[in-house]
Design a protein around this ligand. Structure first.
Ligand code: FES
Length: 104
């Protein structure tokens, strides 16, 4: 059993402008992570934790997050995407396929 029921890692890594892989920070990741942390708290999702993370190595697809212990990856580009992950995944246990990053 995991310490947290949902442990969400949001990449907020920042690279210099023009880097070939880009980065999640240039796509608004820091604001989206702050928004997610606030909304998870407001929604009173039990035993959930939102943490910032360094590069998760899927830079081109970001902003990236991964939720453990499920190991489900998402690319959330807007606040509405974050709201959907909170409502569907965290509160109702349904993976949001339209935002999911495939394993390969
Ligand atoms: S910069 Fe976010 S996954 Fe690499």
């Amino acid at each position: 059993m995991s310490f947290f029921e949902h442990h969400i890692f949001c990449c907020t890594n920042k690279r210099e402008a023009g880097h070939t892989r880009g980065c999640c920070a240039e796509k608004g990741a820091e604001g989206l992570r702050d928004y997610m942390k606030l909304k998870v708290k407001e929604a009173k999702v039990p035993n959930a934790r939102v943490n910032m993370a360094g590069c998760l190595d899927r830079c081109e697809l970001g902003p990236c997050m991964v939720i453990y212990p499920e190991g489900v990856w998402y690319a959330c580009k807007t606040k509405e995407d974050v709201d959907e992950v909170i409502h569907e995944h965290l509160q109702n246990g349904r993976v949001v396929e339209r935002l999911r990053l495939k394993d390969s």
